[in-house]
Ligand binder design. Structure first.
Ligand SMILES: Nc1ncnc2c1ncn2[C@@H]1O[C@H](COP(=O)(O)OP(=O)(O)OP(=O)(O)O)[C@@H](O)[C@H]1O
Ligand SMILES: [Mg+2]
Length: 317
């Protein structure tokens, strides 16, 4: 098991009557990224807080780099970084002072804390703002400073609880780049997110939580396959053309083609490119003009909807 960085085994957690986690098992291979997806209240943050030794599980065991999070919490804390700890930032201190302070809390000598802070300010594009107080920072800058603070101790395992929630698209993409760099350096990462595209972009493996349980896991591709494979989709110019097209491609897919307005889609399982060629030949033979012809993969949104019966962000505030 030496290639495994994080393990949860049969973890439950109750808050009074609320069963936040109801028997969760998961593993994160060292150096990989696990994306934890789930609707509001699914138990994502609870799982992260247990791994970060901030909450004790009601039952079950959890290990980080082989250390039990309950019995060996101090060892776990030395190995991990966690963001979402807004309290770790002090508004009245500058970005640089915040990072130096965190370094001192990690018992780094003063000069080392200062050089570590300078390197992180550089890495997170905060050099220009380094000597302004944190309260003057934008949301994206705060998030970067928070992530930088979690990296002062050079964690082997990093927990990011919704690292880009509330950021504008540009800041999100910048944050993704930073996260990718960390993973390239070998950090093991567990990240929770409400954004399916974020999990798609960053995660090697995905687990889907719903009501305190893992209801699905696998790579993004494997999860998409579970929904039913590829779809060949195209558009036509008129209702008459749609009827003609449906007749022409009737036998290509699994089941009848689906027409929605002027859009036609054909479920083709794993035969994507072969079926696409077949569709093109038949439409050409039937002299139907089409636009926007292509293969569409099911999106993670389709997966989420199929698995949980609701869309991912419907409950978000
Ligand atoms: N300290 C607490 N006391 C009581 N109930 C709690 C506590 N923390 C979490 N819960 C409950 O446990 C359940 C899981 O919450 P959790 O915060 O882990 O969900 P989440 O998946 O992180 O949701 P979100 O996407 O909204 O962040 C919810 O029903 C929540 O109300
Ligand atoms: Mg949460």
């Amino acid at each position: 098991m030496s290639d495994v960085a994080v393990v949860l085994e049969g973890i439950t957690k109750s808050f009074g009557d609320v069963e936040a986690l109801r028997g969760v098992d998961l593993t994160v291979p060292r150096g990989s990224v696990l994306g934890v997806l789930g609707p509001n209240g699914a138990g994502k943050t609870t799982a992260v807080r247990i791994l970060a030794t901030l909450l004790r599980p009601t039952s079950g065991t959890a290990y980080v780099e082989g250390h039990d999070v309950v019995r060996d919490a101090a060892a776990v804390r030395r190995l991990i970084g966690l963001t979402g700890q807004a309290t770790a930032l002090v508004d009245e201190l500058t970005g640089r002072e915040n990072l130096v302070m965190v370094g001192r809390l990690h018992h780094l000598p003063k000069t080392e804390a200062e050089s570590r802070a300078a390197a992180l300010l550089e890495q997170f594009d905060l050099v220009d703002a380094a000597d302004r107080t944190a309260k003057t920072y934008s949301g994206g800058m705060r998030r970067r400073l928070d992530l930088a603070a979690s990296l002062v101790g050079q964690p082997k395992v990093l927990f990011l609880d919704e690292p880009t929630t509330g950021l504008d698209p540009r800041s999100r993409i910048a944050m993704w780049d930073v996260i990718r760099d960390l993973v390239r350096e070998g950090t093991t990462l567990l990240l929770t997110t409400q954004y399916l595209d974020e999990a798609d972009e960053l995660a090697d493996n995905i687990v889907v939580f719903d009501r305190g349980k893992v209801i699905a896991e696998g790579t993004s591709d494997a999860l998409k396959d579970r929904v039913g494979g590829d779809v060949v989709a195209f558009s036509v110019a008129s209702a008459a053309a749609a009827t003609q097209a449906v007749d022409a491609v009737a036998n290509v897919g699994d089941g009848a083609p689906v027409v929605s307005g002027l859009d036609v889609s054909v479920a083709v399982g794993s035969r994507g490119s072969e079926a696409l060629l077949d569709v093109v030949r038949r439409l050409d033979a039937a002299k139907v003009t089409v636009t926007g012809l292509g293969i569409r993969r099911p999106s993670l949104d389709d997966v989420f909807l199929a698995l949980t019966g609701h869309v991912a962000e419907e409950e978000s505030a």
